[in-house]
Ligand binder design. Structure first.
Ligand SMILES: [Zn+2]
Length: 471
């Protein structure tokens, strides 16, 4: 009897297991979800060193940046067609057009052939598209999404292409490139206005826009780059923060039921890195990280959005050294560029006065320079390549000031001589850069990627064919 029960039990168990087993149907390709909206966020010049400086300064050893909490992470290579080390033009072109080009070029291949921007692919689908940057909206990174030119310096032409192609949203600096002086006498801002664009000029005007599905916005908040976060108080700036610009861009774009594509850039992480300005890197990175938090929280609520957070290249080999003097860096409240503007010229020597150099370093950076160091600084700001023996450009004077401060307070950074000899990039490096992904399709981003693969993957996840251009 006992044995019969056992057999019966085994028979029943076998039957039950068979009933529970999956049906023998042919394996099906699971239909992957496509996001309706894509938000690409770029911290220009951000490597893991910039992240670490910001993390330690803001949150301490055991803290974390918001971007570090995102669920998918990859690393990207960044080389350009003609250099191991890319500039923002070639890097932006790779990230926006899925193709390598030469340093200095925007939206075209090395032979000048026009490429296809991922932003245009989304625009053709009836989606709202736009770019936001703390740089000029016409500088390399936003330009790579909205323009085609062999020379990134041609920002007036880039402004004109934004106008002619009627991109829906452009927020940032660079007002002077839209002015009649840059546009053969035509007032391009007035022309935008005639097309029905809102033209906010400060944070209040931006905040007061109540967008509808028809709203188009050209927000120009500075003649050139928007001011560093750290300089805004002393300059009594009325500029919106990157978070405020990102909020309004997303709010406006989200009015379109067919979805949107936005590129939001924290541009001045790169500029602070060129200047070896560790306090600036910290503040610009946190400004960017807050914008990431806003965008990801919005995407979480929306449930139909892919957010990619990435960098175009690393700048200056920034590192948190063992002996880095965090407190002294944090006490410096203004940028080296602001300090450069406080220096006084000596008419006799055509260089900055020793006294003003001494005072600026003492007042803003708490550093007492020796006579020898002051002479060395005067030599370093003298442009050896200029036959008329003039000084280097003001922002490069800022870079020289920042390099001295970084040396004093032990920030890990590329030597100023290596930076000065880096003609194509002014001190970028080939270090791989981080890529974080959140939302619909985010799981595709892992491993080591080439920067050109990122827009291909975004297009693919969104269900579009990326037409890589052949010449
Ligand atoms: Zn740069």
């Amino acid at each position: 009897m006992k044995r019969n029960f056992k057999i019966l039990f085994v028979v029943i168990l076998t039957f039950m297991l068979a009933a529970c087993a999956p049906q023998e149907t042919p394996p099906q390709e699971e239909e992957e979800a496509s996001p309706s909206n894509v938000i690409v966020m770029i911290a220009d010049g951000m490597g893991t060193g910039q992240m670490e400086v910001a993390r330690l300064f803001e949150h301490g050893r055991e803290g974390e940046l918001f971007m570090e909490t995102l669920p998918h992470v990859a690393l990207a290579r960044t080389y350009s067609a003609d250099y191991d080390v890319t500039d923002s033009g070639a890097a932006g072109t790779a990230l926006a057009n899925a193709a390598k080009t030469n340093n200095g070029m925007i939206g075209v291949g090395p032979d000048g052939e026009e490429l296809t921007s991922i932003l245009d692919i989304f625009k053709e689908q009836g989606k709202t598209v736009g770019v936001v940057s703390t740089n000029t909206v016409t500088d390399a990174t936003p330009a790579a999404y909205v323009a085609k030119t062999e020379d990134r310096g041609n920002q007036a032409e880039i402004a004109r292409q934004i106008y002619e192609n009627e991109y829906h949203i452009a927020l940032g600096g660079g007002e002077r490139f839209f002015q009649p002086e840059a546009q053969d006498g035509e007032d391009l801002i007035a022309a935008f206005e005639e097309k029905g664009y809102e033209i906010p000029r400060d944070r209040n005007e931006l905040a007061s826009i109540e967008p509808t599905a028809e709203t188009r916005v050209l927000g120009l908040f500075h003649p050139s780059f928007m001011n560093y976060v750290g300089d805004r108080e002393i300059l009594e700036s009325e500029e919106p923060s990157l978070v405020e610009m990102s909020e309004k861009a997303i709010e406006t774009a989200a009015q379109n039921e067919d979805g949107f594509f936005l590129m939001l850039e924290g541009a001045r992480v790169d500029h602070a890195s060129h200047a070896a300005d560790f306090g600036g890197i910290w503040r610009e990175m946190i400004d960017f990280d807050e914008a990431v938090e806003y965008a990801v929280n919005w995407a979480e609520e929306d449930g139909d959005t892919l957010v990619i957070v990435k960098s175009d290249h690393e700048t200056m080999g920034i590192a948190a050294s063992e002996v880095m003097d965090t407190e002294s860096f944090k006490e410096i409240g203004v940028s080296p560029e602001y300090m450069a503007q406080q220096l006084e010229m000596d008419e006799e020597t055509d260089n900055y006065t020793a006294e003003s150099i001494r005072e600026v370093f003492s007042e803003y950076a708490n550093i007492e320079l020796s006579d020898e160091e002051i002479e060395e600084f005067q030599d370093n700001v003298w442009d050896g390549n200029d036959p008329e023996g003039r000084l280097v450009a003001e922002h490069i004077v800022g870079w020289e000031i920042g390099s001295i401060i970084a040396y004093y307070y032990d920030g890990g950074v590329m030597h100023r001589k290596t930076r000065a000899r880096s003609d194509s990039t002014g001190g970028h490096t080939a270090n791989t850069v981080p890529v974080f992904a959140y939302g619909v399709g985010a799981e595709n981003f892992d491993g080591i990627l080439d920067n050109t693969e990122i827009p291909e993957m975004i297009a693919d996840i969104s269900g579009f064919e990326y037409q890589v251009q052949q010449d």
